[in-house]
Structure formats: structure tokens, C-alpha cells
Design a protein around this ligand. Structure first.
Ligand code: FAD
Length: 302
């Protein structure tokens, strides 16, 4: 990374918001990943300037939220990692709407909705991502998905212009959106919810949190469901039926509590996780002729 670029980044985001050789294991819920050359945490206006600078200098950049759906390679990430969590975490209620910055945690947005007596975000309260990451992934759980509650999303387009997209324009599908395809960056989302009873909304959130605690290996680092749900099947059940419960490669393991999760039992490397995912994919294919596709996003050098 050249010094001139670093100085310019520091001018844009401030010295304290620029970290060099930053271990990505600190920024992913898997607790895995080598160093990013540079990691910055810009606010909304600085973010556009950082992207414009990277484009001008032909320096690669990528965007992360809470790192809860990411597997970062042991070789780390070349170029600039832009983290939204931190400086882009605005949150406000406006009638039946919650307006949230991309870096706000989904759990915080859901909790604000509950306090305002707004129903619709109950399903999202236990998803450990940011609003930006959840929009991009069309995160969902317990019969709900982001698509059901998004009214509009403000993005930064490839020319670094802000653009407001309607829910239709986001083309939200199963863990997919037009944002990833077009290389947009989510800046803010507006959720349109329905008036409800605050106590009931909170009770439903607690009930779902209890279900998560009972079924998911939340005591270990992971990135949630490792594979997408194949049409007509459940990835976790296929993996369990293949006899892979507890299967381990180095520090990575198919969780005993829920075979859909790969967990870091301690000291796992990205290479361990990749090898384990490949083994699982091969075995499920061999036994059931079903192809598992990763849900986790791979970033950096493996
Ligand atoms: C214990 C556990 C349980 C989980 N349960 C669920 C669940 O029930 N349902 C579910 O859907 N997921 C679940 N997940 C996965 C994960 O929390 C979601 O996919 C979440 O939406 C990812 O958000 P993030 O901010 O962590 O995104 P990251 O992991 O940081 O990024 C994910 C992708 O989004 C991109 N991205 C992030 N922010 C932006 C932005 N502002 N603009 C453009 N691109 C961006 C990244 O480049 C990357 O491609 C779970 C994960 C864990 C660890």
C-alpha cells in the first residue's frame, strides 16, 4: 500500500479510523481471516470519498458489515476493507418506519422497532448482521425475510452517486439481491412496519431467541448456516444423514448441535473450514446427488 494513498485515506476518514495489517479474525464471527492491508471505518460522506479514491488509484476495495456471513482467507485481503459497523450506525423511527444506517446492527433496529410498538422485524432480532449486510443477503428466518419489510434502500452506485432503490429494484431472492450483482454499497434502509403491541412484539422476539439458543451452536464462533438450503431439502439434515455430525478438519467442525453450521472449535484456519466444506459437499453429493452451495461469502486470499 503506497504512503500517498494512506495519507489521503487518513485525511478522509481521520487517523483513528485507519488500521494497517488489521487481522480480519477480529472482524468476522468465524474469528478467522488473515490481515487486511488497510481497514477503514468511514461515515456516510467519507465512504463515497474512500470509494472514489480507491477507484482513482485502482486499489481494490471491499465492503463488510458485521462479518457474520464471511469466510476470509488466511492470506488476508489486499487493498482497502471498508467496514460500515461503527460510523454508519444511525437509527431513527419515523411513524411506522424505521430508518437505519447500513452499519446499524439488525438487532438494534429490531429492538428500536419493538420499543416503538412496530411489528414486522421480530424475525430479524436474532440475526447477527448489520442492516447493510442483511439487505444485500435478503436475510431471513422463521418465515420472514428482509424483502417483507423494506420500503426503499439508498445505495452508492458504481459512479459514487447516491441512488434510492425501491424494494422491486433490489430484486431480492433467496440470499441474493441486485446490490451484489451491481456492486452497489448500501448506505441506508427504510423499513415499513405495522403498528402493534410492544409487549407482544418483545415476547415474540424472546421466544425466537429461545429457539435459536436451543437449536444453534451459539456458544462457538461460526458464520451461521454454511450452505444454502437446496431446493426441496435442508442442508443440515442432508449433512447429518450423510453421517457427518461432528466431522472435524483441524479446528473446524460440523456442529453436533446443528449440522448446518460449521463452527470454529478453537484455532480453526480458513483452510480448515474450506477443506471441511469441500469434504461435506463431496460426501453429500456422493450419497444423495444433491449439490450444496456455500451461503457464506469468501473474501481475500486463500
Ligand atoms: C450465529 C449466526 C446466526 C445466523 N442466522 C441467520 C439467519 O437466521 N438468517 C440469515 O439470513 N442469516 C443468518 N446468519 C448470517 C448473517 O448474519 C447474515 O447473512 C447477515 O445478513 C450478514 O450481515 P453482515 O453485516 O454480517 O454482513 P457481512 O458478513 O459483513 O457481509 C456479507 C455480504 O454482504 C456484503 N455487504 C455487507 N454490508 C454491505 C453494504 N453496506 N453494502 C453492500 N454490501 C455489503 C459483503 O461484502 C458480503 O458480500 C447468521 C450468522 C450467524 C453467525
Amino acid at each position: 500500500m503506497n504512503n500517498q494513498l494512506l495519507e489521503q485515506l487518513e485525511q478522509i476518514v481521520g487517523k483513528d479510523s485507519v488500521r494497517l495489517a488489521e487481522p480480519m479474525s477480529r472482524h468476522t464471527t468465524f474469528r478467522v481471516g488473515g490481515p487486511a492491508d488497510v481497514l477503514v471505518t468511514p461515515d456516510r460522506s467519507a465512504l463515497a470519498q474512500v470509494v472514489a479514491l480507491c477507484k482513482k488509484e485502482q486499489t481494490p476495495y471491499c465492503i463488510i458489515g458485521n462479518g457474520s456471513n464471511l469466510l476470509v482467507g488466511d492470506g488476508g485481503i489486499r487493498g482497502v476493507v471498508i467496514e460500515t459497523k461503527g460510523a454508519l450506525n444511525t437509527l431513527r423511527a419515523d411513524g411506522e418506519r424505521i430508518v437505519a444506517g447500513a452499519g446499524a446492527l439488525l438487532s438494534q433496529a429490531a429492538s428500536r422497532a419493538a420499543s416503538q410498538g412496530l411489528s414486522g422485524m421480530e424475525f430479524a432480532a436474532g440475526i447477527p448482521g448489520t442492516v447493510g449486510g442483511a439487505v444485500v443477503m435478503n436475510a431471513g428466518a422463521y418465515g420472514g425475510e428482509m424483502k417483507d419489510i423494506i420500503e426503499s434502500v439508498t445505495v452508492l452506485d458504481q459512479e459514487c452517486r447516491e441512488k434510492v432503490l425501491s424494494v422491486e429494484e433490489l430484486e431480492l431472492g433467496y440470499r441474493s439481491s441486485s446490490i451484489l450483482k451491481n456492486g452497489y454499497i448500501v448506505l441506508e434502509a427504510v423499513f415499513h412496519l405495522a403498528a402493534g403491541d410492544a409487549a407482544q412484539i418483545k415476547a415474540r422476539m424472546q421466544e425466537l431467541a429461545g429457539q435459536r439458543m436451543a437449536k444453534q451452536p451459539l456458544e462457538y464462533p461460526s458464520a451461521g448456516s454454511t450452505f444454502k438450503r437446496p431446493e426441496g431439502y435442508f442442508a443440515g439434515k442432508l449433512i447429518m444423514d450423510a453421517g457427518l455430525r461432528g466431522y472435524q478438519v483441524g479446528g473446524a467442525q460440523v456442529a453436533e448441535k446443528h449440522c448446518g453450521f460449521v463452527i470454529n472449535r478453537g484455532g480453526a484456519t480458513a483452510a480448515d473450514i474450506v477443506k471441511l466444506m469441500e469434504d461435506v459437499k463431496c460426501e453429500v453429493e456422493r450419497q444423495f446427488h444433491v449439490t450444496l452451495e456455500p451461503e457464506v461469502k469468501m473474501l481475500g486470499e486463500f
